[in-house]
Design a protein around this ligand. Structure first.
Ligand code: SUD
Ligand code: ADP
Length: 318
């Protein structure tokens, strides 16, 4: 349930003077080793329509993606070789991971840039793994941004996004880490409608749900892309429009993992809940509220055994 409250007060935008990367922040050196930290926020699919399927089996999507004020944190320091240490409340879920997306991202960037892959990386893992909020994708994206700076590459976001797509369909959106309209298999990123300040609760009944299985379990045809306004003035108007849309992966996810339905019912019963829906391929579900304070209070009412978080959005709209 960590948020970046210590490094970035909730509801405040990043200061303009932090340099070219709004996710980068100064960090006290750890153990005498100078390090910079990058925030890897949770990705939330406010709606998700599966609009088609490519010949290679990947699905075409239409989704409005926003980022929550909770996430992992990646620290990067100069080093001759490439190392990664993982700690934090969700680290145990990655104990058996032999090919962490952070290391894959580092190697992919080094290869693409033709530079040696040298960095001492430390990942504070807070987000539940395999849970529909793109934690691994956010970590990979943070690594790309961190090493772009550490290795002095100065690549623009579009060039990083090319390396990102080879790591996962969600990684380009996580490189952007700002609200966007997602198309293609995840690599077509357009502007999002203007988002109002909203509160958000995220919860996961602590069940991992692998993305390929959920896509495989999907039945029926395809949905049309949504028609969205240019912006919303308040959370209630945004929730009302989103209520007319859906997450096409929600039904197959519930079929594979009934606790998703329990999480949705619990979110809908919270005072002030404007909308509750599953994110991505699940099992994490979100609820929207009028403000961040309402969401913080509501999250406390969910079962303690679940992963739960309440707050505001990351970036514009926060
Ligand atoms: C469903 C989404 C929605 O944002 O979120 P998550 O549930 O992962 O958070 C993403 O599209 C997930 O992106 P990501 O997790 O990066 O997917 P990848 O690693 O590239 O693909 C994992 C598997 O998911 C399926 N897949 C993924 C993306 C896509 N557009 N079509 C697919 O069919 C494929 O079976 C693929 O082998
Ligand atoms: N740093 C990482 N964080 C999370 N998962 C990782 C990481 N590195 C590799 N993985 C692998 O990627 C898979 C998908 O993880 P994740 O991005 O959390 O899923 P989702 O996109 O559904 O939220 C995990 O099952 C895990 O095996």
């Amino acid at each position: 349930m960590a948020s970046r409250a210590g490094a970035r007060p909730r509801g405040r935008r990043w200061p303009e003077d932090r340099g070219q990367d709004p996710q980068r922040s100064a960090r006290e050196p750890r153990g005498g080793e100078p390090a910079l930290s990058w925030f890897a926020p949770a990705k939330v699919n406010l709606y998700l329509h599966v609009t088609g399927r490519r010949a290679d089996g990947y699905h075409l999507l239409d989704s409005l993606v926003a980022f929550a004020g909770v996430g992992d944190e990646l620290l990067a320091a100069p080093a001759a070789g490439l190392t990664l240490a993982v700690d934090g409340p969700a680290a145990a879920a990655l104990a058996g991971e032999t090919d962490n997306l952070v290391l894959r991202a580092a190697r992919a960037l080094a290869t693409a840039a033709g530079v040696p892959a040298g960095a001492a990386l430390r990942l504070h893992k807070h987000l539940p793994v395999a849970s529909g909020i793109g934690g691994g994708s956010a970590d990979a994206a943070a690594a790309l941004r961190a090493l772009n700076a550490l290795w002095g590459l100065g690549w623009p976001e579009a060039r990083l996004a090319e390396v990102a797509l080879a790591l996962g369909a969600d990684v380009p959106a996580c490189v952007a880490s700002r609200p966007c309209r997602m198309g293609g298999i995840g690599e077509v990123l357009g502007p999002a409608p203007r988002l109002p300040p909203v509160g958000m609760v995220l919860t996961n009944p602590r069940v991992a749900l692998p993305t390929p299985a959920v896509f495989r379990a999907r039945q029926g045809g395809f949905s049309a892309p949504a028609a969205l306004p240019s912006g919303w003035d308040d959370a209630a108007g945004m929730a009302a429009d989103l209520a007319a849309l859906g997450n096409d992966l929600e039904a197959p996810a519930i079929g594979l993992c009934p606790p998703v339905a329990e999480a949705l019912a619990a979110l809908r019963s919270l005072p002030g809940c404007l909308l509750a829906r599953m994110s991505g391929s699940g099992a994490t579900c979100f609820a929207l509220f009028g403000g961040a304070d309402d969401a913080v209070a509501a999250a406390q009412l969910l079962p303690e055994a679940w992963w739960r978080w309440g707050g505001g959005l990351h970036g514009p709209g926060a």
